[in-house]
Write a new protein. Structure first.
Length: 208
């Protein structure tokens, strides 16, 4: 049995978890979820029934990790040899921007895609404030450095980078130079290419 089981769907946030597994050089088995017939093991592991959901099979028993950002951070933590977890001087940036991407960035993009308007004068109550504020903040970060934590790629780049990469692909993030240059750096990574090749092949197969 592989050390990890990943419940995923090729056209989902599961792509991020697969990329994280490849960056961590982890031994995993992917279970492809059919939305109309979800495996009972997925419901048992994660009552949300969502993907990605990761099971880590350890000698002490199975551990379930859900929430894509948590899966990324977990894999970096349990694979210290991959050097994807933050060094102490990187921890503040690592946590800050991972949480920023999982909260405000994700909410702002989803709100934009759904056409949800924040009532005038109520931005202060909304965690993301506005899509423009979120994007300008993210742009400022990525214009000032190559990677989330500075000069070195960490697992934060898998998660933050996926928000940028997906956003550019789907048109929910504008192609500002700091975003497109960052996406190019991410796309050059062998683990990104290996993981995407698998999901893209599965997407293609489902079309034919
Ligand atoms: N907050 C979760 C969201 C996961 C999520 O919404 N996954 C979608 C696919 S991208 C899903 O499983 N949708 C099927 C459903 O909700 O039934 C995360 O970041 O992992």
């Amino acid at each position: 049995m592989a050390e990890f089981t990943l419940f995923t769907h090729p056209m989902s946030r599961g792509q991020i978890a697969r990329w994280a597994l490849h960056e961590a050089r982890a031994d995993y088995e992917a279970v492809l979820v059919d939305w109309t017939d979800r495996p009972p093991a997925l419901a048992a592991a994660n009552p949300m029934g969502k993907v990605p959901t990761l099971i880590h099979h350890t000698p002490g028993g199975d551990r379930v990790v859900a929430e894509t950002a948590a899966i990324c951070a977990y894999l970096a933590a349990v694979r210290p040899a991959s050097d994807l977890a933050p060094h102490e001087d990187e921890l503040a940036d690592y946590l800050r921007w991972m949480f920023f991407a999982a909260g405000p960035v994700e909410q702002a993009i989803v709100a934009g895609a759904m056409g949800w308007e924040v009532a005038s004068g109520r931005e202060g109550m909304v965690g993301f404030g506005s899509l423009d504020r979120v994007l300008t903040t993210l742009e400022g970060l990525l214009a000032s450095r190559d990677w989330v934590c500075g000069s070195r790629f960490t697992m934060a780049d898998v998660y933050v980078g996926s928000q940028v990469d997906w956003g550019l692909n789907f048109g929910s993030i504008p192609p500002r130079p700091a975003f497109t240059a960052y996406a190019q750096r991410l796309q050059a990574r062998p683990a990104y290419q290996a993981a995407k090749a698998i999901d893209n092949a599965l997407i293609e197969k489902a079309r034919t």
